[in-house]
Design a protein around this ligand. Structure first.
Ligand SMILES: [Zn+2]
Length: 396
């Protein structure tokens, strides 16, 4: 699911761009908090150590990264980093030489520091800035190994801090999930926090402050990141999932209690069901299996109005991808996993005689579902039309 990259095969069925820019304007919701963070930077109140604290699936990591970008931007305005200066261009890839990244890893005999994993971490975070420890574990393919931060990482932090600022401005040390530091590492970090260096900013990004040393807590300014509101989540879901109706995205948002990852999981399952339905139905139409098509009509009726609309929207989305493939612009096709296989195969059935017709029939069906047409009649009608269209050849 949005994670294709992070989570494997049936991941990434959504229309979410695989690489997200970490900018304040791209972080979901949290309007008041963003304004406060921006205001602090603009007024020169940049605390030496800040703890971005919030629940899983919330905005703590993307906010901290957007904060770092804004802090380092050479041409920011009142609300946003410019996105174009050399600093921003480096932040686009999380490769800013003055933004140091530390995160939990699994130890091997040889490797106990973050450096060798940094490329993977960047890739994972750009694919899903709301990433949690489980997704990171999947990315590392570390299965059941414990992810932690040991004393070598604390030394790595000290070594990085001793480097001069490349761009001559702030140095940012971003530590993701500092609660996973071993006690010796945490104690070393504490020492560093106790002796602040000028122009060095620690951004600690935590989901579990109770596990953090109380002394570290007391050294950092707390940036409390609340769970996302249902309206914010619903909007984010609609951006990521083309087929979701307003009501559906709101229902998922309410059930996921402010956790974007949970919501995306639900939406992906939802989408997978739609995919299987749509694919199997089209297959039956292509084979002209009339009795199977009738069964699909009955199943369609039972879906309920909202799901029916979703199915039509999703079908249109998938057919658009097939059309792009057929028109030979595969670089515009936004699918992965089993959708990709479907698009590859189905696009071969498209031609000048039927491509437009297939899209039009789905649009018409969506229009009629919205206007409360009898779903069974509507879907049977659509099935027969598809049977005809799919067998058309270019010369027909
Ligand atoms: Zn900039």
């Amino acid at each position: 699911m949005v994670r294709g990259i992070v989570r494997g095969s049936h991941a990434h069925m959504s229309t979410w761009p695989f690489f997200a820019l970490v900018l304040f304007s791209k972080v979901i919701g949290h309007a008041a908090l963003k304004a406060k963070l921006i205001g602090n930077i603009r007024e020169g109140r940049v605390a030496h150590a800040q703890l971005f604290m919030g629940p899983r699936g919330g905005g703590n990591l993307p906010l901290a990264l957007a904060y770092a970008r804004y802090l380092l931007c050479q041409d920011r305005d009142e609300a946003e980093a410019c996105g174009k200066c050399s600093s921003c261009l480096q932040m686009n890839k999380l490769e800013h030489p003055d933004v140091h990244l530390e995160f939990p890893i699994f130890f091997t005999d040889k490797v106990k520091v973050c450096e060798p994993f940094t490329v993977q971490w960047r890739k994972a975070v750009l694919a899903e800035p709301y990433i949690d420890i489980e997704q990171w574990r999947d990315q590392l393919e570390s299965e059941n190994k414990q992810l932690r931060m040991g004393v070598d990482i604390a030394q790595e932090i000290q070594r990085k801090l001793s480097l001069r600022s490349f761009m001559g401005g702030y140095k940012v040390m971003l530590i993701w999930l500092p609660e996973l530091m071993d006690p010796p590492a945490a104690n070393k970090l504490l020492k560093v926090l106790e002796e602040p260096e000028p122009n060095t900013v620690f951004l600690l990004v935590s989901t579990d402050a109770e596990q953090l040393l109380a002394t570290i807590l007391s050294r950092a300014q707390l940036v409390k990141v609340p769970a996302l509101r249902p309206t914010e989540l619903a909007e984010a879901l609609r951006d990521r999932f083309a087929e979701l109706t307003n009501d559906e995205s709101m229902a998922i948002a309410l059930r996921s209690e402010g956790d974007l990852l949970e919501a995306v999981d639900m939406a992906n399952k939802n989408e997978e069901e739609l995919f299987v339905f749509f694919r199997d139905w089209l297959r039956a139409c292509y084979r002209r299996e009339v009795s199977v098509a009738v069964e699909f009509g009955e199943a369609f009726q039972k879906l309920g109005r909202e799901r029916q609309k979703s199915l039509m929207r999703y079908g249109l989305y998938l057919i658009r991808q097939c059309a792009l493939q057929w028109q030979n612009v595969p670089e515009l096709v936004r699918v992965l996993g089993q959708e990709q296989e479907f698009v590859q195969n189905f696009s071969k059935l498209l031609n000048h005689a039927n491509a437009d017709g297939i899209r039009r029939e789905l649009e018409t069906a969506h229009y009629h579902v919205e206007r409360n047409a009898n779903p069974k009649i509507l879907f049977s009608d659509l099935s027969y039309k598809m049977m005809g269209l799919l067998r058309m050849t270019a010369t027909a």
